[in-house]
Design a protein around this ligand. Structure first.
Ligand code: URA
Length: 437
């Protein structure tokens, strides 16, 4: 099988099943799984192979049955970014509209943050509910955000861990099958995808991001689930805050109307697609209007507070974000010259936060929820000498100094005005690709 893929042949359904079952049950050694992953990385897969791989991975464990929860259940997934806290905003907003949100989220990966880690920065918050508690909570308050159980797509768990250490993460069929297998296994009726592109995304180029979106939409359709993918910008952190507790604060600022910007904009774009798929809105425009009402009336924030309480967390953070973990060192980083912000190397910014303790370098690393930074600059802004570039929240002066160097290196200025990049490049559905930039 490895030889056939190495030579570029299309693998049959039986061959793919054998590979996936070998990964799920440990019956194929890691070195052969790794060789196959590398062969796939080099030779790629046809759409048919990618779909077969996805279905086999989804079926390698339990498929959740959400039919006991009334209504159309719509899931949302991001391919990963920096300062990308849309779940914490749109999940309560969508749930406040009466659409049940049963969300299975992930942890941080490399330079990208993870929703579960962010939620766990809230004192007492649990993201591992029993199946009964998960269903009970959704039926009671319409919202739960939890982690993946070991029985959901176990083949992905094995393959993902191997990809992480064999330089085979950035493969289109492997990313598409990894994401879609988990989404299909988690039982939602429809799926909204946020496919990131840019310097902080797995897909650095727009073409590769659109292609990933196209394949994932097609896989969903073949599995009988409507999927809509937005291709959005990750050339700078989406929100202003990067780090676990800091990103919860960013989400609370948006939900309570204290801030907006790109983070709110992308949350509304994704959330309105969810409302359309759930038949709660006829158009994206109507969806956006309903979500905005939930925001301004405070019902979204109330829903978030309800979820935190239901999952054992401290709901008072919603009214007083200072109750979130606070770092002992704060350092202001100021511009040393003037100019327009031209480039933010976003993966370098994510790695700077990771090195401060906001992300794991080893799987076993314990996170420091309090650390990270608040970025005051955005691409296109004109900054004067002495203007605040970012505020660091660090464990020590030494960590702050290291992060300051990394962040200064990641931000490039230009003397010429810089065009603000589009936030959303394309909407990909079964009907095709609609460019929006
Ligand atoms: N997220 C996943 O779950 N899998 C990938 O391969 C990439 C992002």
């Amino acid at each position: 099988m490895i030889t056939r893929k190495k030579l570029g042949f299309e693998l049959s359904e039986d061959e793919i099943m054998e590979f996936v079952n070998g990964a799920a049950h440990g019956s194929v050694p890691d070195y052969q799984l790794s060789a196959m992953l590398m062969a796939i990385w080099f030779k790629g897969m046809t759409d048919l192979e990618t779909t077969r791989l996805t279905m086999a991975m989804a079926r390698s464990g339990d498929i959740m049955d959400l039919s006991s929860i009334p209504g159309i259940k719509v899931d949302k997934h991001s391919t990963g970014g920096v300062g990308d806290t849309t779940t914490l905003i749109l999940a309560p907003l969508v749930a406040a509209c009466g659409v049940p949100v049963a969300k299975i989220s992930g942890r941080g990966l490399g330079h990208t943050g993870g929703t579960l880690d962010k939620l766990e920065s809230i004192h007492g918050m649990s993201v591992s509910l029993t199946r009964e508690d998960f269903f009970r909570q959704i039926n009671r308050i319409g919202l739960a955000v939890v982690g993946q159980t070991s029985t959901l797509a176990p083949a992905d768990k094995t393959l993902y861990a191997l990809r992480d250490v064999t330089s085979t993460v950035d493969s289109l069929p492997l990313i598409a099958s990894s994401i879609m297998s988990k989404k299909l296994a988690s039982g939602a009726d429809a799926i909204v995808l946020d496919v990131k592109t840019g310097s902080g995304a797995m897909m650095r180029t727009l073409d590769s991001a659109i292609e990933l979106a196209r394949i994932m939409v097609q896989i969903g359709e073949m599995a009988g689930k409507p999927v809509v993918a937005l291709v959005t910008n990750m050339d700078q952190p989406l929100g202003t805050h990067v780090g676990n507790a800091l990103e919860v604060k960013d989400a609370l600022d948006v939900l309570s109307g204290r801030s907006g910007g790109d983070l709110l904009e992308v949350s509304l774009a994704l959330g309105s697609q969810m409302l359309v798929l759930a038949d709660r809105a006829k158009t994206e425009k109507e969806g956006r209007k309903i979500l905005t009402e939930m925001l301004t009336s405070g019902r979204g924030l109330d829903k978030f507070r309800e979820m935190i309480s239901a999952q054992g967390g401290d709901p008072a953070v919603c009214d007083d974000p200072c109750r979130l973990p606070q770092a002992p060192v704060r350092r202001e980083v100021r511009c040393t010259g003037e100019g327009y912000v031209k480039i933010m190397n976003t993966s370098a910014l994510g790695l700077a936060a990771q090195a401060m303790g906001a992300g794991r370098i080893l799987k076993t690393d314990v996170l420091d929820y309090s650390v990270g930074f608040v970025m005051h600059a955005r691409i296109g802004m004109h900054m004067q000498k002495g203007d605040l570039l970012c505020t660091l929240h660090a464990r020590s002066e030494g960590d702050a100094a290291t992060a300051e160097r990394a962040i200064r290196n990641a931000v490039v200025f230009s003397e010429e005005p810089v065009r603000v990049p589009p936030l959303c490049y394309a909407v990909v559905t079964r009907d095709g690709i609609r460019r929006t930039d």
